[in-house]
Design a protein around this ligand. Structure first.
Ligand code: FES
Length: 152
């Protein structure tokens, strides 16, 4: 049956009336209208659904929303501060880190985690960390350049 899930998303507690088997991805997209998080493969293969939970990146298609009550969930909608883009968003714009843009929210959140967790000190290390985020357009060199710039 349907139950009430309480999710802390981008700093606000939201409630979702859903079956306990709903994935975090579907809770965000279908119940909370946070469609910036993309559904690519829905099987943990593409990274389009990447979000941060307590600062760690996860594939939201592979996990149940119910498991993340009481944690801080960050989606692409939560990165900018008002009109001010997050430095990773600015860097993706500056370096053309996208073409069609479908994978971009996931790439950006993976990039944020990459820098925060100290995996962006070399191009190679950065590529390795970002390898779970597929880009059909092949924007990889520009994506790495963007993440590396934010890492400093
Ligand atoms: Fe989750 Fe592809 S939609 S990894």
């Amino acid at each position: 049956g349907v139950s009430t899930l309480r999710l802390n998303v981008n700093g606000a507690v939201r409630t979702v009336q859903a079956e306990p088997r709903v994935t975090l991805l579907d809770a965000l997209r279908e119940y909370l209208d946070l469609t910036g998080t993309k559904k690519g493969c829905d099987h943990g293969q593409c990274g389009a659904c990447t979000v941060l939970v307590d600062g760690k990146r996860i594939n939201s298609c592979l996990t149940l929303a119910v498991m993340h009550q009481g944690k801080q969930i960050t989606t692409i909608e939560g990165l900018a501060q008002g009109d001010k883009l997050h430095p990773m968003q600015e860097a993706f714009l500056k370096h053309d880190g996208f073409q069609c843009g479908y994978c971009t929210p996931g790439q950006i959140l993976s990039g944020v985690a990459c820098v925060q967790e100290g995996h962006a000190t070399t191009d190679e290390q950065c590529r390795e960390w970002m390898s779970g985020n597929l880009c059909r357009c092949g924007a990889y060199p520009n994506i790495v350049a963007a993440v590396r710039e934010v890492a400093g």
